[in-house]
Design a protein around this ligand. Structure first.
Ligand code: TRP
Length: 350
């Protein structure tokens, strides 16, 4: 497959990566391999990268204010500790760039009720009687997400499979805006979907995604876990008594075993077949200590660095303020032009 970041279907738009991350707390190994590490790696691919912590999206469901502030800083600390360079990438929180909310409003007037009603995430979250109690913001969530992306004319959006429909809606909004106003202003953004290689499953049940909301803390590795905790959780991870096979196909019916091989490959930056080539014929008594060593070597330094960064929240806030200034410099002209296209007078001198 061609490198998705360097295939340019929209030749008039400069390639630019944008993604949003919810500061909803509790970073796990799943977030690290599925988003953080992926996003940090993209910064080294010679393309502009903008990462937004979407606090305006977070409040579509109730958030305790102190907890939200803490989680936003902790998420930023996680990215920085994992190697995000705030000089090369833009890292900021959404609410500091007011253009997001403003373009979100315009898109509320472009998107149709029918489109929003078809969003599977909305339907899942509001099945049955819950719909009446959901916030209006939760319904409009995907329209604000489209604004996040299109405010930067982003061409590529790395997301998990669960967000693909929202990126498709973003494309529909861009196309309808361009069509209705007879312009070629917004790009038709490409989703860059997370591969199965980075999907991390629960350590207790290999058929469920690793999640911060699982009641069992042993089901996940938190990015804040120290070396002992990481090693102990891997020792306790559910497995089976069989040795590791030669091929991934032979792991089809062994979800826990498959998950651990997958985690090993992702942490080591190799492919799963290479891991099996090394461990075929050995049981988990031999594999788990090696995986624990690898996980501790990779994750413990991140946890230590996150702890260090969290000692100095003012420095985190300074980095986010600087990121927001740089994001705003890109977003404001695009918002201005959008409002102009829609027929609004823009005569203020700022
Ligand atoms: N909805 C995304 C999620 O829950 C977060 C998000 C908000 C996002 N705005 C975005 C992702 C823009 C990509 C681009 O994961």
């Amino acid at each position: 497959m061609a490198d998705p970041l360097h295939s340019a279907p929209q030749s008039t738009f400069t390639p630019r990566v944008f993604s949003g991350i919810q500061p909803s707390g509790g970073l796990t190994l799943g977030n690290y391999l599925g988003a953080i590490k992926r996003f940090v790696d993209m910064q080294d691919q010679g393309i502009e990268t903008i990462y937004c912590m979407v606090d305006l999206h977070a409040i579509t469901v109730w958030q305790d204010p102190a907890a939200l502030r803490h989680q936003t800083r902790e998420l930023a600390a996680g990215y920085l500790a994992a190697g995000l360079d705030p000089k090369r990438s833009i890292l900021f929180n959404q609410s500091q760039v007011s253009a997001h909310a403003e373009l979100g409003w315009v898109f509320n007037c472009v998107a149709r009720m029918g489109w929003m009603n078809r969003m599977t995430q909305w339907k899942d979250k509001t099945s049955g009687k819950d719909a009446e109690k959901a916030s209006l913001g939760l319904f409009a969530y995907p329209s604000l997400m489209a604004a996040d992306i299109l405010l930067y004319h982003a061409t590529h959006v790395p997301v998990g499979e669960d967000q693909k429909q929202h990126v498709e809606l973003t494309r529909d909004i861009a196309a309808k805006f361009n069509h209705d106003y007879k312009v070629d202003f917004f790009p038709i953004t490409e989703p860059v979907i997370e591969g199965a290689a980075t999907r991390v499953m629960s350590l207790r049940d290999g058929t469920r995604k690793m999640s911060k909301s699982d009641p069992s803390d042993n089901s996940r590795i938190n990015l804040t876990d120290d070396a002992d905790k990481i090693a102990s959780k891997i020792r306790k991870a559910k497995t089976d008594p069989e040795p590791l096979p030669e091929t991934m196909d032979a792991l089809a019916d062994r979800p826990e075993a498959r998950n651990l091989v997958n985690i090993y490959a992702a942490l080591a930056g190799t492919d799963k077949d290479a891991v099996l080539a090394e461990f075929a014929g050995q049981g988990f008594g031999a594999f788990k200590p090696r995986l624990a060593d690898l996980a501790v070597a990779t994750l413990a330094p991140i946890s230590v660095e996150m702890g260090r960064l969290m000692q100095d929240p003012a420095e985190i806030d300074r980095i986010l303020g600087d990121g927001a200034d740089r994001a705003d410099a890109i977003a404001t002209p695009i918002l201005d032009r959008t409002l102009e296209i829609t027929g609004m007078i823009r005569s203020r001198r700022r």
